[in-house]
Design a protein around this ligand. Structure first.
Ligand code: NDP
Ligand code: MG
Length: 358
Protein backbone atom coordinates (compact mmCIF):
# COMPACT_ATOMS: atom_id res chain seq x y z
CA UNK A 1 0.00 0.00 0.00
CA UNK A 2 1.26 3.45 -0.95
CA UNK A 3 0.25 6.50 1.08
CA UNK A 4 -0.59 9.77 -0.66
CA UNK A 5 -1.72 13.32 0.06
CA UNK A 6 -3.89 15.16 -2.46
CA UNK A 7 -3.55 18.95 -2.78
CA UNK A 8 -6.30 20.44 -4.94
CA UNK A 9 -8.56 17.50 -4.08
CA UNK A 10 -11.77 19.09 -5.38
CA UNK A 11 -10.41 20.18 -8.77
CA UNK A 12 -10.40 18.43 -12.10
CA UNK A 13 -7.12 16.54 -11.45
CA UNK A 14 -7.93 15.87 -7.77
CA UNK A 15 -11.36 14.45 -8.66
CA UNK A 16 -9.96 12.30 -11.47
CA UNK A 17 -7.41 10.93 -9.01
CA UNK A 18 -10.02 10.13 -6.34
CA UNK A 19 -12.39 8.60 -8.89
CA UNK A 20 -9.63 6.34 -10.26
CA UNK A 21 -8.57 5.17 -6.80
CA UNK A 22 -12.17 4.40 -5.83
CA UNK A 23 -13.38 2.83 -9.06
CA UNK A 24 -10.25 0.83 -9.79
CA UNK A 25 -9.73 -0.10 -6.13
CA UNK A 26 -6.10 0.98 -6.33
CA UNK A 27 -3.82 0.18 -3.45
CA UNK A 28 -3.41 3.77 -2.18
CA UNK A 29 -4.07 5.11 1.30
CA UNK A 30 -5.14 8.76 1.33
CA UNK A 31 -3.47 10.46 4.31
CA UNK A 32 -5.03 13.89 3.82
CA UNK A 33 -6.82 16.27 1.45
CA UNK A 34 -6.24 19.97 0.80
CA UNK A 35 -8.34 22.40 -1.23
CA UNK A 36 -9.16 26.07 -1.11
CA UNK A 37 -12.74 26.44 0.11
CA UNK A 38 -14.93 23.75 -1.42
CA UNK A 39 -17.12 22.17 1.30
CA UNK A 40 -17.02 18.93 -0.70
CA UNK A 41 -13.54 18.43 0.79
CA UNK A 42 -15.03 17.58 4.20
CA UNK A 43 -17.29 14.94 2.67
CA UNK A 44 -14.42 13.40 0.75
CA UNK A 45 -12.28 13.35 3.90
CA UNK A 46 -15.08 11.54 5.71
CA UNK A 47 -15.27 8.94 2.92
CA UNK A 48 -11.56 8.23 3.24
CA UNK A 49 -11.38 8.69 7.04
CA UNK A 50 -8.58 11.21 6.64
CA UNK A 51 -7.99 14.79 7.81
CA UNK A 52 -8.42 17.77 5.48
CA UNK A 53 -7.38 21.40 5.27
CA UNK A 54 -9.11 24.31 3.52
CA UNK A 55 -6.52 26.97 2.64
CA UNK A 56 -9.00 29.86 2.44
CA UNK A 57 -7.83 32.33 5.11
CA UNK A 58 -4.93 30.07 6.12
CA UNK A 59 -1.19 30.74 5.99
CA UNK A 60 1.63 28.82 4.28
CA UNK A 61 2.74 27.62 7.73
CA UNK A 62 -0.66 25.96 8.23
CA UNK A 63 -0.18 23.96 5.05
CA UNK A 64 3.37 23.03 6.08
CA UNK A 65 2.18 21.83 9.49
CA UNK A 66 -0.68 19.85 7.94
CA UNK A 67 1.66 18.14 5.48
CA UNK A 68 4.17 17.46 8.23
CA UNK A 69 1.66 15.79 10.51
CA UNK A 70 0.11 13.69 7.72
CA UNK A 71 3.23 12.59 5.86
CA UNK A 72 2.88 10.27 2.88
CA UNK A 73 5.05 8.37 0.41
CA UNK A 74 4.15 10.86 -2.31
CA UNK A 75 2.10 14.06 -2.64
CA UNK A 76 -0.07 15.02 -5.61
CA UNK A 77 0.08 18.78 -6.12
CA UNK A 78 -2.98 19.61 -8.22
CA UNK A 79 -3.52 23.15 -6.92
CA UNK A 80 -4.33 25.57 -9.74
CA UNK A 81 -2.06 28.52 -10.51
CA UNK A 82 0.85 30.20 -8.76
CA UNK A 83 -0.47 29.25 -5.30
CA UNK A 84 0.96 25.81 -6.08
CA UNK A 85 4.60 26.95 -5.81
CA UNK A 86 4.72 27.28 -2.02
CA UNK A 87 2.94 23.95 -1.67
CA UNK A 88 5.53 22.23 -3.90
CA UNK A 89 8.40 23.74 -1.91
CA UNK A 90 6.80 22.65 1.37
CA UNK A 91 6.46 19.07 0.13
CA UNK A 92 10.08 19.08 -1.05
CA UNK A 93 11.37 20.54 2.21
CA UNK A 94 9.48 17.86 4.11
CA UNK A 95 11.41 15.33 2.00
CA UNK A 96 8.38 13.80 0.33
CA UNK A 97 8.28 12.88 -3.36
CA UNK A 98 6.12 15.11 -5.52
CA UNK A 99 3.68 14.07 -8.25
CA UNK A 100 3.40 17.46 -9.88
CA UNK A 101 0.37 18.57 -11.90
CA UNK A 102 0.86 22.21 -10.96
CA UNK A 103 3.08 23.21 -13.90
CA UNK A 104 3.21 26.76 -12.55
CA UNK A 105 5.51 25.47 -9.77
CA UNK A 106 8.07 24.48 -12.39
CA UNK A 107 7.71 27.62 -14.50
CA UNK A 108 8.03 29.87 -11.45
CA UNK A 109 10.48 27.77 -9.44
CA UNK A 110 12.70 26.80 -12.39
CA UNK A 111 16.19 25.57 -11.53
CA UNK A 112 15.69 26.57 -7.89
CA UNK A 113 12.83 24.06 -7.49
CA UNK A 114 14.98 21.25 -8.89
CA UNK A 115 18.02 22.13 -6.81
CA UNK A 116 15.79 22.11 -3.73
CA UNK A 117 14.52 18.66 -4.75
CA UNK A 118 18.12 17.42 -5.18
CA UNK A 119 19.19 18.92 -1.88
CA UNK A 120 16.35 17.11 -0.10
CA UNK A 121 16.79 13.88 -2.06
CA UNK A 122 13.24 13.82 -3.42
CA UNK A 123 11.79 13.10 -6.85
CA UNK A 124 9.58 15.38 -8.92
CA UNK A 125 7.41 13.28 -11.20
CA UNK A 126 5.35 15.19 -13.77
CA UNK A 127 1.59 14.65 -14.08
CA UNK A 128 0.96 16.93 -17.05
CA UNK A 129 0.01 14.42 -19.76
CA UNK A 130 2.71 15.48 -22.24
CA UNK A 131 5.43 15.50 -19.58
CA UNK A 132 4.31 12.23 -18.06
CA UNK A 133 4.63 10.76 -21.54
CA UNK A 134 8.04 12.39 -22.10
CA UNK A 135 9.26 11.29 -18.64
CA UNK A 136 8.51 7.67 -19.52
CA UNK A 137 9.86 7.92 -23.05
CA UNK A 138 13.13 9.50 -21.93
CA UNK A 139 13.50 6.73 -19.34
CA UNK A 140 13.03 4.17 -22.12
CA UNK A 141 15.20 6.09 -24.61
CA UNK A 142 18.03 7.82 -22.77
CA UNK A 143 19.49 8.92 -26.13
CA UNK A 144 16.53 11.25 -26.73
CA UNK A 145 17.75 14.44 -28.38
CA UNK A 146 14.54 16.25 -29.26
CA UNK A 147 11.11 16.57 -27.63
CA UNK A 148 7.96 17.08 -29.70
CA UNK A 149 5.10 18.23 -27.50
CA UNK A 150 1.61 17.77 -28.90
CA UNK A 151 -1.05 20.50 -28.57
CA UNK A 152 -4.75 20.09 -29.23
CA UNK A 153 -4.82 23.60 -30.67
CA UNK A 154 -7.80 24.47 -28.46
CA UNK A 155 -11.19 25.80 -29.58
CA UNK A 156 -9.81 28.54 -31.87
CA UNK A 157 -7.19 26.79 -33.97
CA UNK A 158 -9.39 27.08 -37.06
CA UNK A 159 -10.76 30.53 -36.18
CA UNK A 160 -8.56 33.42 -37.28
CA UNK A 161 -10.57 36.32 -35.77
CA UNK A 162 -10.89 35.93 -32.00
CA UNK A 163 -11.98 39.51 -31.28
CA UNK A 164 -15.51 38.73 -30.06
CA UNK A 165 -14.70 35.51 -28.18
CA UNK A 166 -16.92 34.91 -25.13
CA UNK A 167 -15.92 33.18 -21.89
CA UNK A 168 -18.22 30.29 -22.76
CA UNK A 169 -16.58 29.82 -26.17
CA UNK A 170 -13.08 29.97 -24.66
CA UNK A 171 -14.04 27.41 -22.01
CA UNK A 172 -15.32 24.98 -24.63
CA UNK A 173 -12.22 22.82 -25.08
CA UNK A 174 -12.51 20.28 -27.90
CA UNK A 175 -10.82 17.30 -26.20
CA UNK A 176 -10.13 17.86 -22.47
CA UNK A 177 -12.34 18.71 -19.47
CA UNK A 178 -10.20 20.75 -17.07
CA UNK A 179 -10.25 23.65 -14.60
CA UNK A 180 -11.02 27.14 -15.94
CA UNK A 181 -7.51 28.63 -15.82
CA UNK A 182 -5.85 25.85 -17.83
CA UNK A 183 -8.79 25.73 -20.26
CA UNK A 184 -8.37 29.41 -21.15
CA UNK A 185 -4.60 28.83 -21.41
CA UNK A 186 -5.34 26.00 -23.82
CA UNK A 187 -7.32 28.38 -26.03
CA UNK A 188 -4.52 30.97 -26.24
CA UNK A 189 -1.86 28.22 -26.28
CA UNK A 190 -0.27 29.91 -23.25
CA UNK A 191 -0.69 26.46 -21.71
CA UNK A 192 1.57 24.99 -24.39
CA UNK A 193 3.97 27.83 -23.69
CA UNK A 194 4.01 26.96 -19.99
CA UNK A 195 4.57 23.34 -21.01
CA UNK A 196 7.53 24.19 -23.24
CA UNK A 197 9.12 25.97 -20.27
CA UNK A 198 8.09 23.09 -17.98
CA UNK A 199 9.81 20.59 -20.30
CA UNK A 200 12.91 22.75 -20.51
CA UNK A 201 13.40 22.76 -16.74
CA UNK A 202 12.20 19.19 -16.09
CA UNK A 203 14.31 17.45 -18.70
CA UNK A 204 17.14 19.96 -19.10
CA UNK A 205 16.52 20.54 -22.82
CA UNK A 206 17.17 23.88 -24.53
CA UNK A 207 14.27 25.67 -26.24
CA UNK A 208 15.77 24.75 -29.62
CA UNK A 209 15.32 21.02 -28.90
CA UNK A 210 11.65 21.33 -27.92
CA UNK A 211 9.05 21.46 -30.71
CA UNK A 212 5.29 21.82 -30.62
CA UNK A 213 2.97 20.14 -33.11
CA UNK A 214 -0.79 20.61 -33.27
CA UNK A 215 -2.51 17.25 -32.92
CA UNK A 216 -6.25 17.86 -32.73
CA UNK A 217 -7.21 14.42 -31.41
CA UNK A 218 -5.11 14.54 -28.17
CA UNK A 219 -4.26 10.85 -28.50
CA UNK A 220 -0.50 11.07 -29.12
CA UNK A 221 0.63 12.73 -25.89
CA UNK A 222 4.11 13.64 -27.07
CA UNK A 223 6.95 12.27 -29.14
CA UNK A 224 10.71 11.94 -28.70
CA UNK A 225 13.35 11.85 -31.39
CA UNK A 226 16.36 9.70 -30.57
CA UNK A 227 19.93 9.80 -31.78
CA UNK A 228 19.43 7.52 -34.79
CA UNK A 229 16.62 9.74 -36.06
CA UNK A 230 13.66 7.53 -35.08
CA UNK A 231 10.58 8.93 -33.29
CA UNK A 232 8.76 7.24 -30.40
CA UNK A 233 5.40 8.24 -28.93
CA UNK A 234 2.79 7.27 -26.36
CA UNK A 235 -0.86 6.87 -27.43
CA UNK A 236 -3.91 6.78 -25.16
CA UNK A 237 -7.36 8.38 -25.31
CA UNK A 238 -7.43 11.86 -23.68
CA UNK A 239 -7.83 11.00 -19.99
CA UNK A 240 -5.66 12.19 -17.08
CA UNK A 241 -6.06 8.95 -15.12
CA UNK A 242 -2.88 7.30 -16.42
CA UNK A 243 -0.55 10.29 -15.93
CA UNK A 244 -1.88 10.89 -12.40
CA UNK A 245 -1.81 7.28 -11.26
CA UNK A 246 1.50 6.40 -12.87
CA UNK A 247 3.17 9.42 -11.21
CA UNK A 248 1.68 8.49 -7.83
CA UNK A 249 2.66 4.84 -8.16
CA UNK A 250 6.14 5.66 -9.53
CA UNK A 251 6.64 2.06 -10.56
CA UNK A 252 5.53 0.70 -7.18
CA UNK A 253 2.10 -0.59 -8.21
CA UNK A 254 1.18 -3.07 -10.89
CA UNK A 255 -1.15 -0.91 -13.00
CA UNK A 256 -3.40 -3.05 -15.19
CA UNK A 257 -5.78 -1.55 -17.77
CA UNK A 258 -5.73 1.96 -16.33
CA UNK A 259 -6.66 3.37 -19.74
CA UNK A 260 -9.41 2.61 -22.21
CA UNK A 261 -8.13 0.81 -25.31
CA UNK A 262 -7.78 2.62 -28.64
CA UNK A 263 -9.66 1.36 -31.66
CA UNK A 264 -7.06 1.07 -34.42
CA UNK A 265 -9.68 0.06 -36.98
CA UNK A 266 -10.95 3.63 -37.09
CA UNK A 267 -8.43 6.23 -35.99
CA UNK A 268 -7.34 9.41 -37.73
CA UNK A 269 -4.28 11.13 -36.32
CA UNK A 270 -3.22 14.49 -37.74
CA UNK A 271 -0.23 16.73 -37.04
CA UNK A 272 -0.14 20.38 -38.06
CA UNK A 273 1.99 23.46 -37.57
CA UNK A 274 1.07 26.48 -35.44
CA UNK A 275 1.37 30.11 -36.38
CA UNK A 276 3.39 32.59 -34.32
CA UNK A 277 1.05 35.46 -35.18
CA UNK A 278 -2.07 33.51 -34.28
CA UNK A 279 -0.59 32.22 -31.00
CA UNK A 280 1.93 34.86 -29.86
CA UNK A 281 1.95 33.57 -26.28
CA UNK A 282 3.47 30.26 -27.35
CA UNK A 283 6.14 32.14 -29.30
CA UNK A 284 6.77 34.38 -26.26
CA UNK A 285 7.17 31.35 -23.99
CA UNK A 286 9.98 30.03 -26.21
CA UNK A 287 11.83 33.27 -25.85
CA UNK A 288 11.26 33.22 -22.05
CA UNK A 289 12.77 29.72 -21.86
CA UNK A 290 15.76 30.87 -23.91
CA UNK A 291 16.36 33.87 -21.65
CA UNK A 292 15.39 32.17 -18.34
CA UNK A 293 16.17 34.48 -15.33
CA UNK A 294 12.95 36.32 -14.43
CA UNK A 295 11.28 35.85 -17.83
CA UNK A 296 9.38 32.59 -17.25
CA UNK A 297 8.10 34.03 -13.96
CA UNK A 298 6.90 37.23 -15.64
CA UNK A 299 5.25 35.14 -18.38
CA UNK A 300 3.41 33.00 -15.84
CA UNK A 301 2.28 35.84 -13.58
CA UNK A 302 1.16 38.28 -16.26
CA UNK A 303 -0.79 35.49 -17.94
CA UNK A 304 -2.41 34.45 -14.66
CA UNK A 305 -3.50 38.02 -13.90
CA UNK A 306 -4.81 38.50 -17.44
CA UNK A 307 -6.72 35.19 -17.49
CA UNK A 308 -8.37 35.99 -14.16
CA UNK A 309 -9.36 39.41 -15.52
CA UNK A 310 -10.87 37.77 -18.61
CA UNK A 311 -12.75 35.22 -16.49
CA UNK A 312 -14.18 38.02 -14.35
CA UNK A 313 -15.24 39.95 -17.48
CA UNK A 314 -12.82 42.84 -16.94
CA UNK A 315 -10.97 42.43 -20.25
CA UNK A 316 -11.67 40.94 -23.66
CA UNK A 317 -10.13 37.67 -24.83
CA UNK A 318 -7.60 39.31 -27.14
CA UNK A 319 -6.36 41.55 -24.32
CA UNK A 320 -4.90 38.47 -22.55
CA UNK A 321 -2.06 38.13 -25.03
CA UNK A 322 -1.61 41.90 -25.39
CA UNK A 323 -1.14 42.26 -21.63
CA UNK A 324 1.35 39.40 -21.39
CA UNK A 325 3.35 40.69 -24.35
CA UNK A 326 3.42 44.21 -22.90
CA UNK A 327 4.67 42.91 -19.55
CA UNK A 328 7.37 40.91 -21.35
CA UNK A 329 8.56 44.14 -23.01
CA UNK A 330 9.97 45.10 -19.58
CA UNK A 331 13.36 43.94 -18.43
CA UNK A 332 13.12 40.74 -16.37
CA UNK A 333 16.84 40.08 -16.06
CA UNK A 334 17.40 38.83 -12.53
CA UNK A 335 19.48 36.19 -10.80
CA UNK A 336 17.06 33.66 -9.38
CA UNK A 337 18.78 31.94 -6.47
CA UNK A 338 16.13 31.68 -3.77
CA UNK A 339 12.40 31.93 -3.09
CA UNK A 340 12.71 35.64 -2.33
CA UNK A 341 14.17 36.28 -5.83
CA UNK A 342 11.23 34.42 -7.35
CA UNK A 343 8.69 36.28 -5.25
CA UNK A 344 10.20 39.66 -6.17
CA UNK A 345 9.71 38.99 -9.89
CA UNK A 346 6.26 37.49 -9.23
CA UNK A 347 5.17 40.63 -7.42
CA UNK A 348 6.67 43.08 -9.91
CA UNK A 349 5.24 41.31 -12.97
CA UNK A 350 1.82 40.95 -11.32
CA UNK A 351 1.83 44.68 -10.65
CA UNK A 352 2.73 45.53 -14.25
CA UNK A 353 -0.04 43.27 -15.50
CA UNK A 354 -2.58 44.88 -13.13
CA UNK A 355 -1.53 48.33 -14.34
CA UNK A 356 -2.05 47.20 -17.93
CA UNK A 357 -5.58 46.11 -17.02
CA UNK A 358 -6.54 49.30 -15.24
P1 NDP B 1 -9.10 23.19 -10.92
O1 NDP B 1 -9.36 24.63 -11.01
O2 NDP B 1 -10.12 22.23 -11.45
O3 NDP B 1 -8.83 22.78 -9.40
C1 NDP B 1 -7.96 23.50 -8.60
C2 NDP B 1 -7.86 22.88 -7.22
O4 NDP B 1 -6.93 23.63 -6.45
C3 NDP B 1 -9.17 22.90 -6.42
O5 NDP B 1 -9.22 21.77 -5.59
C4 NDP B 1 -9.02 24.16 -5.57
O6 NDP B 1 -9.80 24.14 -4.36
C5 NDP B 1 -7.55 24.08 -5.24
N1 NDP B 1 -6.93 25.36 -4.88
C6 NDP B 1 -6.97 26.52 -5.56
N2 NDP B 1 -6.23 27.47 -4.92
C7 NDP B 1 -5.73 26.87 -3.81
C8 NDP B 1 -4.91 27.31 -2.74
N3 NDP B 1 -4.46 28.56 -2.65
N4 NDP B 1 -4.57 26.42 -1.79
C9 NDP B 1 -5.03 25.13 -1.83
N5 NDP B 1 -5.82 24.68 -2.81
C10 NDP B 1 -6.16 25.53 -3.79
O7 NDP B 1 -7.70 22.93 -11.62
P2 NDP B 1 -7.19 21.67 -12.44
O8 NDP B 1 -7.42 20.42 -11.65
O9 NDP B 1 -7.67 21.70 -13.83
O10 NDP B 1 -5.63 21.95 -12.52
C11 NDP B 1 -4.78 21.85 -11.40
C12 NDP B 1 -3.34 21.95 -11.84
O11 NDP B 1 -3.04 20.85 -12.69
C13 NDP B 1 -3.04 23.22 -12.66
O12 NDP B 1 -1.75 23.67 -12.37
C14 NDP B 1 -3.11 22.74 -14.10
O13 NDP B 1 -2.30 23.49 -14.95
C15 NDP B 1 -2.57 21.32 -13.95
N6 NDP B 1 -3.03 20.41 -14.98
C16 NDP B 1 -4.35 20.13 -15.12
C17 NDP B 1 -4.81 19.27 -16.11
C18 NDP B 1 -6.25 18.91 -16.20
O14 NDP B 1 -6.60 18.02 -16.97
N7 NDP B 1 -7.15 19.52 -15.47
C19 NDP B 1 -3.87 18.67 -17.06
C20 NDP B 1 -2.50 19.01 -16.81
C21 NDP B 1 -2.10 19.85 -15.82
P3 NDP B 1 -11.33 24.68 -4.34
O15 NDP B 1 -12.12 23.71 -5.19
O16 NDP B 1 -11.71 24.62 -2.91
O17 NDP B 1 -11.29 26.06 -4.93
MG1 MG C 1 -0.69 19.23 -20.68
Amino acid sequence: MRSILILGATGSIGSTCIKAITEKKLDFKINGLVSFADPKTAMLAKDFSCPYLLMNGKKDEDLYAFLDSNRADIVLNAIAGSAGLKASLSVINLKMDLALANKESIVLGGSFLFSEADRNGVKIIPVDSEHSCLYNLIKAFPDTKELIITASGGPFYDRKDTSGVTIKEALNHPTWKMGKKITIDSATLANKGLEVIEAGFLFGFPASAIKVTVHRQSIVHSIVKVRNGAFYAQLTPPDMTLPIISALSDGNLDLVDIVKPLDFTNLDLTFRSWDKNQFPLLAAAYSCLEKKQGWPIAFNMSNEVAVNAFLSERISYNRISEIVLNVLEKNWEADICCLKDIQDVMKASEEYARKEIS
